[in-house]
Write a protein that binds this ligand. Structure first.
Ligand code: COA
Length: 416
């Protein structure tokens, strides 16, 4: 089966997580992604957090599947010549170097455009061009702090907290992938490439837009009724950390189930969706609340919401998180068990859908990775193992017209 992005050639100058997550997605959908790495070392994640000595770490293998690997020292004259040839015949160059690194290498946007007017140059940086922090190097948690996620995550009596979800890294990569596909679509009509830039701060903020909504509401009315601070606590002039509160019309909280004393994940997320109030009362055996004016509306419930959650926890005491959800789903109540990574790894539905994929790697054997979260009716996304460092160097150079003698000389000089 042919893949939609077949024929698109991508120079993948990315490292760590934000850039690699973007190019991996494009590789899954058929693009020829050539990962360019420094000879001898490669992407730093190949050796970070290794679980098997001498073998590419899972950090690398889980972000670089379906790609080819070319080692190339782009600071040597020969390396620059090879990169120039690659640029002339590629569609996209993706990079997430520190600010200015590509320019210092001699490949400014103006120069790349001259070499290949159809080229799309896609970049991830910590902050956007012209931002007063544009010179900063940035990692995940730095971006979560700069994008408003940390100040609004966690509990009121604790410090700003970062999320385990890669809001700064993989999320930025997903934004960049959308930008690249958009620029490719534009090129179909104009024939021209363009620069696509995404900052990690902006991408985090894009996912935190409801918190900017809340800041403006707070500025106007002085309180936020869906936060646990309402109505018994205090608000300052900034959006507070709301713990596990659900937003707006569906207040929710993480509730204890049977076994919580010893199992850190024996919890469910329970949502009180407005129109599900009667089914909730029936499910937990509190039918008398259905028509009680003290409980019938979301506003009426708000000042006793934690007492209500307490009553639901009483009901949950003798039920595991899975038993509880099996009962509640029959009442159409939005809820979920809090799943551990161990449970997720073994989940038969996630395996069947390909969201958890078992992949073969030449040196490590099989490992689990997260497959495509995007499902297509006409394409099965096949996840292949990540490449070894420089595995495809000779193949790529041959494709560029280098003879085997020239390739041997480039190896000898450690250009590749
Ligand atoms: N051949 C020769 N040199 C190479 C090379 C290659 N194949 N690949 C990279 N380099 C060089 C770069 O040109 C740069 O050199 P210079 O600084 O002398 O100009 C050098 O390697 C270091 O690159 P840099 O990206 O700055 O690496 P770093 O380890 O110092 O910083 C980050 C890492 C992630 C903090 C930084 O890349 C960054 O801020 N990136 C943008 C935001 C981002 O993506 N953050 C990470 C999210 S997971």
């Amino acid at each position: 089966m042919s893949k939609p992005l077949e024929g698109i050639k991508i120079i993948d100058f990315t490292h760590v997580q934000a850039g690699p997550a973007c190019t991996q997605l494009l590789a899954w959908f058929g693009a020829d992604v050539i990962k360019v790495e420094r000879p001898g070392a490669g992407d730093v994640t190949r050796s970070q957090l290794r679980d098997i000595p001498g073998v590419d770490a899972l950090y690398f293998t889980m972000l670089n599947s379906n790609k080819r690997s070319l080692t190339l020292d782009t600071k040597t004259p020969e390396g620059k010549e090879i990169l120039t040839k690659l640029i002339k015949e590629s569609d996209v160059l993706v990079e997430n170097f520190g600010p200015g690194a590509l320019d210092r290498m001699g490949f400014t946007w103006e120069h790349i455009k001259e070499l290949n007017p159809g080229m799309i140059v896609a970049s991830v940086k910590g902050f956007s061009d012209g931002h007063h922090y544009e010179d900063l190097k940035v990692y995940e948690n730095v971006a979560q702090c700069a994008g408003g996620a940390a100040s609004t995550t966690g509990f009121d009596d604790g410090p700003p907290t970062v999320s385990a979800a890669a809001l700064g890294d993989s999320n930025t990569g997903m934004h960049l992938a959308i930008g690249i596909l958009t620029a490719l679509r534009a090129r179909d009509t104009t024939g021209k490439g363009q620069k696509v830039a995404v900052s990690m701060q902006d991408s985090v903020l894009n996912l935190c837009r409801v918190k900017l909504r809340d800041q403006q509401r707070l500025d106007r009315v002085g309180y936020l009724e869906e936060y646990p601070q309402y109505p018994h606590g205090k608000f300052s002039d900034v959006v507070p950390r709301g713990g596990n509160a659900g937003g707006g019309g569906q207040p929710g909280w993480v509730l204890k189930c049977k076994g919580w004393e010893t199992d850190p994940n024996a919890y469910i997320y329970f949502t009180i969706q407005g129109h599900a109030w009667a089914p909730i009362c029936r499910a937990i055996g509190k039918e008398e609340w259905i028509d009680d004016p003290a409980y019938t509306t979301a506003i009426a419930r708000q000042d006793k919401i934690f007492d209500i959650f307490g009553t639901i926890e009483e009901w949950l005491k003798d039920k595991t998180k899975f038993e509880a959800v099996d009962i509640l789903r029959k009442f159409d109540i939005p809820c979920s068990p809090v799943l551990s990574m161990k449970e997720i790894a073994a989940d038969p539905s996630l395996r069947a859908s390909g969201t958890i994929a078992e992949v073969e790697h030449k040196e490590r054997g099989t490992y689990l990775t997260v497959g495509s979260p995007i499902k297509f009716s006409d394409m099965k996304v096949e996840i292949k193992g990540s490449p070894l460092l420089g595995e495809h160097t000779d193949e790529v150079l041959e494709g560029l017209g280098y003879s085997s003698k020239e390739i041997a000389a480039l190896h000898e000089k450690r250009v590749v």
